[in-house]
Ligand binder design. Sequence first.
Ligand code: C2E
Ligand code: MG
Ligand code: MG
Ligand code: MG
Length: 278
Amino acid sequence: RAKSLGKNRVSVYDLEMNRLSEARFSLEQRLRLALDRGELVLHYQPQAELSSGRIIGMEALIRWNAPGASGLVPPVEFIPVAEECGLIVPIGQWVLGEACRQNKAWYDLGQRWTVSVNVSAAQLMRSGFPEEVRAVLEQTGLPPELLILEITETAAVRDLEHTRRMLLDLAQLGVSISLDDFGTGYSSLGLIRQLPVKTIKIDRSFVQEMTDEGGNGAIAEALITLALSFGMGTVAEGVETEEQRERLARSRCAAIQGYLLSRPVPAQTITKKFAGGE
Ligand code: C2E
Ligand code: MG
Ligand code: MG
Ligand code: MG
Protein backbone atom coordinates (compact mmCIF):
# COMPACT_ATOMS: atom_id res chain seq x y z
CA ARG A 1 0.00 0.00 0.00
CA ALA A 2 2.76 2.35 0.98
CA LYS A 3 4.50 1.43 -2.23
CA SER A 4 1.60 2.27 -4.52
CA LEU A 5 1.05 5.53 -2.67
CA GLY A 6 4.68 6.31 -3.27
CA LYS A 7 4.26 5.53 -6.94
CA ASN A 8 1.26 7.78 -7.16
CA ARG A 9 3.17 10.55 -5.55
CA VAL A 10 5.95 10.20 -8.05
CA SER A 11 3.62 10.35 -11.04
CA VAL A 12 1.74 13.35 -9.67
CA TYR A 13 5.05 15.03 -9.06
CA ASP A 14 6.26 14.21 -12.58
CA LEU A 15 3.08 15.61 -14.06
CA GLU A 16 3.48 18.77 -12.07
CA MET A 17 7.15 19.13 -13.05
CA ASN A 18 6.20 18.63 -16.66
CA ARG A 19 3.54 21.31 -16.45
CA LEU A 20 5.98 23.71 -14.81
CA SER A 21 8.74 23.15 -17.33
CA GLU A 22 6.24 23.58 -20.18
CA ALA A 23 5.23 26.90 -18.71
CA ARG A 24 8.87 27.84 -18.40
CA PHE A 25 9.60 26.72 -21.95
CA SER A 26 6.84 28.79 -23.46
CA LEU A 27 7.74 31.86 -21.42
CA GLU A 28 11.28 31.48 -22.67
CA GLN A 29 10.12 31.10 -26.26
CA ARG A 30 7.78 34.04 -26.01
CA LEU A 31 10.57 36.15 -24.52
CA ARG A 32 12.89 35.17 -27.33
CA LEU A 33 10.29 36.35 -29.85
CA ALA A 34 9.57 39.47 -27.81
CA LEU A 35 13.04 40.80 -28.42
CA ASP A 36 12.82 40.27 -32.20
CA ARG A 37 9.31 41.68 -32.39
CA GLY A 38 10.12 44.84 -30.48
CA GLU A 39 7.77 44.09 -27.58
CA LEU A 40 10.24 45.18 -24.92
CA VAL A 41 10.00 48.79 -23.79
CA LEU A 42 11.92 51.02 -21.42
CA HIS A 43 10.28 53.30 -18.93
CA TYR A 44 12.25 56.02 -17.20
CA GLN A 45 12.17 57.25 -13.62
CA PRO A 46 13.73 60.61 -12.73
CA GLN A 47 16.29 61.19 -10.00
CA ALA A 48 16.67 64.60 -8.33
CA GLU A 49 19.44 66.25 -6.38
CA LEU A 50 18.18 66.82 -2.83
CA SER A 51 19.85 70.17 -2.20
CA SER A 52 18.42 71.88 -5.31
CA GLY A 53 15.51 69.69 -6.40
CA ARG A 54 17.08 69.67 -9.85
CA ILE A 55 16.57 66.58 -12.07
CA ILE A 56 19.97 64.95 -12.56
CA GLY A 57 19.20 61.65 -14.22
CA MET A 58 16.85 58.86 -15.22
CA GLU A 59 16.85 55.15 -14.44
CA ALA A 60 15.85 52.95 -17.38
CA LEU A 61 13.46 50.16 -16.30
CA ILE A 62 12.35 47.41 -18.65
CA ARG A 63 8.75 46.29 -19.28
CA TRP A 64 7.25 43.79 -21.68
CA ASN A 65 4.33 44.66 -23.89
CA ALA A 66 3.36 40.99 -24.25
CA PRO A 67 0.56 40.10 -26.68
CA GLY A 68 -2.53 39.06 -24.75
CA ALA A 69 -1.28 40.31 -21.41
CA SER A 70 -3.34 42.91 -19.63
CA GLY A 71 -0.97 45.82 -19.31
CA LEU A 72 2.81 45.75 -19.32
CA VAL A 73 4.56 42.75 -17.75
CA PRO A 74 6.91 43.93 -14.96
CA PRO A 75 10.58 42.85 -14.90
CA VAL A 76 10.19 40.59 -11.83
CA GLU A 77 8.07 38.32 -14.01
CA PHE A 78 10.62 37.78 -16.78
CA ILE A 79 14.11 39.02 -15.87
CA PRO A 80 14.83 36.02 -13.57
CA VAL A 81 13.86 33.64 -16.43
CA ALA A 82 15.96 35.64 -18.89
CA GLU A 83 18.89 35.36 -16.48
CA GLU A 84 18.48 31.60 -16.16
CA CYS A 85 18.29 30.88 -19.89
CA GLY A 86 20.93 33.35 -21.03
CA LEU A 87 18.49 35.63 -22.86
CA ILE A 88 19.53 38.38 -20.47
CA VAL A 89 22.62 38.92 -22.62
CA PRO A 90 20.81 40.00 -25.83
CA ILE A 91 18.08 41.70 -23.77
CA GLY A 92 20.72 43.58 -21.79
CA GLN A 93 22.45 44.65 -25.01
CA TRP A 94 19.17 45.99 -26.31
CA VAL A 95 18.49 47.87 -23.05
CA LEU A 96 21.93 49.44 -23.08
CA GLY A 97 21.66 50.58 -26.69
CA GLU A 98 18.12 51.90 -26.33
CA ALA A 99 18.82 53.78 -23.07
CA CYS A 100 21.93 55.41 -24.54
CA ARG A 101 20.10 56.36 -27.73
CA GLN A 102 17.24 57.91 -25.73
CA ASN A 103 19.56 59.81 -23.40
CA LYS A 104 21.45 61.18 -26.40
CA ALA A 105 18.10 62.45 -27.74
CA TRP A 106 17.51 64.26 -24.41
CA TYR A 107 21.09 65.53 -24.55
CA ASP A 108 20.33 66.99 -27.97
CA LEU A 109 17.34 68.77 -26.40
CA GLY A 110 19.80 70.46 -24.04
CA GLN A 111 19.55 68.14 -21.00
CA ARG A 112 22.63 66.86 -19.22
CA TRP A 113 21.02 63.93 -17.43
CA THR A 114 22.70 60.67 -16.60
CA VAL A 115 20.95 57.47 -17.63
CA SER A 116 21.22 54.51 -15.27
CA VAL A 117 21.06 51.03 -16.76
CA ASN A 118 20.62 47.83 -14.70
CA VAL A 119 23.25 45.22 -15.50
CA SER A 120 22.85 41.54 -14.54
CA ALA A 121 25.64 39.36 -13.20
CA ALA A 122 25.63 37.29 -16.41
CA GLN A 123 26.38 40.40 -18.48
CA LEU A 124 29.15 41.45 -16.13
CA MET A 125 30.77 38.01 -16.29
CA ARG A 126 31.34 38.29 -20.05
CA SER A 127 34.85 39.44 -20.78
CA GLY A 128 33.69 41.43 -23.82
CA PHE A 129 31.29 43.60 -21.83
CA PRO A 130 33.43 46.78 -21.59
CA GLU A 131 34.00 46.61 -25.35
CA GLU A 132 30.23 46.32 -25.93
CA VAL A 133 29.70 49.40 -23.78
CA ARG A 134 32.40 51.30 -25.64
CA ALA A 135 30.82 50.40 -28.99
CA VAL A 136 27.35 51.52 -27.85
CA LEU A 137 28.71 54.87 -26.68
CA GLU A 138 30.44 55.34 -29.98
CA GLN A 139 27.38 54.38 -32.02
CA THR A 140 24.97 56.56 -30.07
CA GLY A 141 27.31 59.49 -29.45
CA LEU A 142 26.32 59.67 -25.77
CA PRO A 143 29.11 61.21 -23.64
CA PRO A 144 30.42 58.35 -21.41
CA GLU A 145 30.04 60.40 -18.23
CA LEU A 146 26.27 60.42 -18.82
CA LEU A 147 26.05 56.64 -18.52
CA ILE A 148 25.76 54.90 -15.15
CA LEU A 149 25.76 51.12 -14.87
CA GLU A 150 23.84 49.75 -11.89
CA ILE A 151 25.08 46.47 -10.50
CA THR A 152 23.84 44.71 -7.39
CA GLU A 153 26.28 44.01 -4.60
CA THR A 154 25.52 40.28 -4.86
CA ALA A 155 26.58 40.29 -8.52
CA ALA A 156 29.63 42.40 -7.71
CA VAL A 157 31.08 40.06 -5.09
CA ARG A 158 30.34 36.82 -6.95
CA ASP A 159 33.81 36.92 -8.51
CA LEU A 160 35.40 39.93 -6.92
CA GLU A 161 38.68 39.94 -8.84
CA HIS A 162 36.92 39.65 -12.20
CA THR A 163 34.41 42.34 -11.23
CA ARG A 164 37.17 44.66 -10.09
CA ARG A 165 39.02 44.38 -13.41
CA MET A 166 35.78 44.77 -15.35
CA LEU A 167 34.75 47.87 -13.42
CA LEU A 168 38.20 49.40 -13.82
CA ASP A 169 37.93 48.91 -17.61
CA LEU A 170 34.50 50.53 -17.57
CA ALA A 171 35.74 53.42 -15.42
CA GLN A 172 38.53 53.86 -17.96
CA LEU A 173 35.86 54.55 -20.58
CA GLY A 174 34.48 57.33 -18.38
CA VAL A 175 31.34 55.40 -17.40
CA SER A 176 30.35 55.30 -13.72
CA ILE A 177 29.19 52.46 -11.54
CA SER A 178 26.39 52.49 -9.02
CA LEU A 179 25.72 49.76 -6.44
CA ASP A 180 22.02 48.89 -6.53
CA ASP A 181 19.88 47.71 -3.61
CA PHE A 182 22.73 48.54 -1.28
CA GLY A 183 22.56 47.00 2.17
CA THR A 184 20.31 44.08 1.18
CA GLY A 185 23.14 41.64 0.37
CA TYR A 186 25.62 40.08 2.69
CA SER A 187 28.81 41.41 1.21
CA SER A 188 31.57 42.69 3.40
CA LEU A 189 32.00 46.44 3.36
CA GLY A 190 35.74 45.90 3.05
CA LEU A 191 35.15 44.21 -0.31
CA ILE A 192 32.83 46.89 -1.64
CA ARG A 193 35.43 49.47 -0.81
CA GLN A 194 37.91 47.83 -3.21
CA LEU A 195 35.60 48.44 -6.18
CA PRO A 196 35.59 51.63 -8.26
CA VAL A 197 32.01 52.50 -7.35
CA LYS A 198 30.85 56.10 -7.62
CA THR A 199 27.44 55.95 -5.97
CA ILE A 200 25.41 53.60 -3.88
CA LYS A 201 21.64 53.29 -4.02
CA ILE A 202 20.01 53.00 -0.63
CA ASP A 203 17.39 50.28 -0.92
CA ARG A 204 13.73 51.22 -0.68
CA SER A 205 13.22 49.01 2.39
CA PHE A 206 15.59 51.22 4.42
CA VAL A 207 13.98 54.42 3.15
CA GLN A 208 10.56 53.16 4.19
CA GLU A 209 11.85 52.34 7.67
CA MET A 210 12.63 56.04 8.12
CA THR A 211 8.94 56.81 8.46
CA ASP A 212 7.45 53.45 9.43
CA GLU A 213 5.91 53.16 12.80
CA GLY A 214 8.45 51.38 14.95
CA GLY A 215 11.20 51.93 12.37
CA ASN A 216 13.81 54.56 13.01
CA GLY A 217 15.71 54.79 9.75
CA ALA A 218 18.98 54.06 11.50
CA ILE A 219 20.16 51.76 8.70
CA ALA A 220 19.54 54.32 5.95
CA GLU A 221 21.41 56.94 7.95
CA ALA A 222 24.30 54.58 8.66
CA LEU A 223 24.57 53.62 4.97
CA ILE A 224 24.63 57.26 3.90
CA THR A 225 27.35 58.06 6.45
CA LEU A 226 29.30 55.03 5.31
CA ALA A 227 29.07 56.04 1.64
CA LEU A 228 30.25 59.54 2.51
CA SER A 229 33.23 58.16 4.39
CA PHE A 230 34.12 56.04 1.35
CA GLY A 231 33.85 59.14 -0.85
CA MET A 232 30.82 57.73 -2.67
CA GLY A 233 27.60 59.50 -3.62
CA THR A 234 24.14 58.34 -2.54
CA VAL A 235 20.77 57.95 -4.23
CA ALA A 236 17.82 56.89 -2.08
CA GLU A 237 15.36 54.56 -3.83
CA GLY A 238 11.60 54.34 -3.38
CA VAL A 239 11.08 57.78 -1.84
CA GLU A 240 7.32 58.15 -1.61
CA THR A 241 6.64 60.86 0.96
CA GLU A 242 7.68 64.40 1.75
CA GLU A 243 8.63 63.25 5.24
CA GLN A 244 11.06 60.69 3.81
CA ARG A 245 12.55 63.37 1.55
CA GLU A 246 13.12 65.65 4.55
CA ARG A 247 14.67 62.90 6.64
CA LEU A 248 17.01 62.01 3.78
CA ALA A 249 17.99 65.65 3.27
CA ARG A 250 18.84 65.93 6.97
CA SER A 251 20.89 62.74 6.69
CA ARG A 252 22.93 64.35 3.88
CA CYS A 253 21.72 61.99 1.18
CA ALA A 254 22.68 63.45 -2.22
CA ALA A 255 19.79 62.40 -4.45
CA ILE A 256 16.38 60.73 -4.46
CA GLN A 257 14.31 58.57 -6.78
CA GLY A 258 10.75 57.41 -6.16
CA TYR A 259 7.04 57.89 -6.63
CA LEU A 260 7.25 61.26 -4.84
CA LEU A 261 8.95 62.63 -7.96
CA SER A 262 7.40 60.32 -10.55
CA ARG A 263 6.62 56.70 -11.29
CA PRO A 264 8.62 55.16 -14.12
CA VAL A 265 6.97 56.47 -17.33
CA PRO A 266 7.50 56.20 -21.10
CA ALA A 267 10.23 58.32 -22.67
CA GLN A 268 7.72 60.66 -24.37
CA THR A 269 6.19 61.49 -20.98
CA ILE A 270 9.62 62.38 -19.62
CA THR A 271 10.27 64.54 -22.67
CA LYS A 272 7.00 66.46 -22.18
CA LYS A 273 7.14 66.80 -18.41
CA PHE A 274 10.83 67.30 -17.76
CA ALA A 275 12.65 68.14 -20.98
CA GLY A 276 10.31 70.84 -22.24
CA GLY A 277 9.90 69.10 -25.59
CA GLU A 278 7.17 67.41 -27.56
P1 C2E B 1 15.72 48.30 -9.20
O1 C2E B 1 16.82 48.50 -10.18
O2 C2E B 1 16.06 48.38 -7.76
O3 C2E B 1 14.62 49.38 -9.62
C1 C2E B 1 13.80 50.06 -8.71
C2 C2E B 1 12.40 49.46 -8.67
O4 C2E B 1 11.64 50.15 -7.67
C3 C2E B 1 11.62 49.62 -9.96
O5 C2E B 1 10.77 48.48 -10.08
C4 C2E B 1 10.78 50.87 -9.69
O6 C2E B 1 9.60 50.93 -10.47
C5 C2E B 1 10.45 50.67 -8.23
N1 C2E B 1 10.16 51.95 -7.58
C6 C2E B 1 10.68 53.15 -7.84
N2 C2E B 1 10.21 54.10 -7.00
C7 C2E B 1 9.36 53.46 -6.16
C8 C2E B 1 8.54 53.91 -5.06
O7 C2E B 1 8.52 55.09 -4.69
N3 C2E B 1 7.78 52.98 -4.44
C9 C2E B 1 7.78 51.67 -4.84
N4 C2E B 1 6.99 50.82 -4.18
N5 C2E B 1 8.55 51.20 -5.87
C10 C2E B 1 9.32 52.09 -6.52
P2 C2E B 1 10.62 47.71 -11.46
O8 C2E B 1 10.61 48.68 -12.61
O9 C2E B 1 9.48 46.76 -11.33
O10 C2E B 1 11.98 46.90 -11.54
C11 C2E B 1 12.27 45.89 -10.62
C12 C2E B 1 13.67 45.38 -10.79
O11 C2E B 1 13.84 44.72 -12.05
C13 C2E B 1 14.74 46.46 -10.78
O12 C2E B 1 14.99 46.87 -9.46
C14 C2E B 1 15.89 45.74 -11.44
O13 C2E B 1 16.56 44.92 -10.52
C15 C2E B 1 15.18 44.85 -12.45
N6 C2E B 1 15.25 45.48 -13.77
C16 C2E B 1 14.49 46.46 -14.30
N7 C2E B 1 14.89 46.77 -15.56
C17 C2E B 1 15.95 45.97 -15.82
C18 C2E B 1 16.83 45.81 -16.95
O14 C2E B 1 16.75 46.51 -17.98
N8 C2E B 1 17.82 44.87 -16.83
C19 C2E B 1 17.98 44.11 -15.71
N9 C2E B 1 18.97 43.21 -15.69
N10 C2E B 1 17.18 44.25 -14.65
C20 C2E B 1 16.18 45.15 -14.69
MG1 MG C 1 18.31 49.75 -10.48
MG1 MG D 1 17.44 49.38 -6.88
MG1 MG E 1 15.69 48.11 -4.79
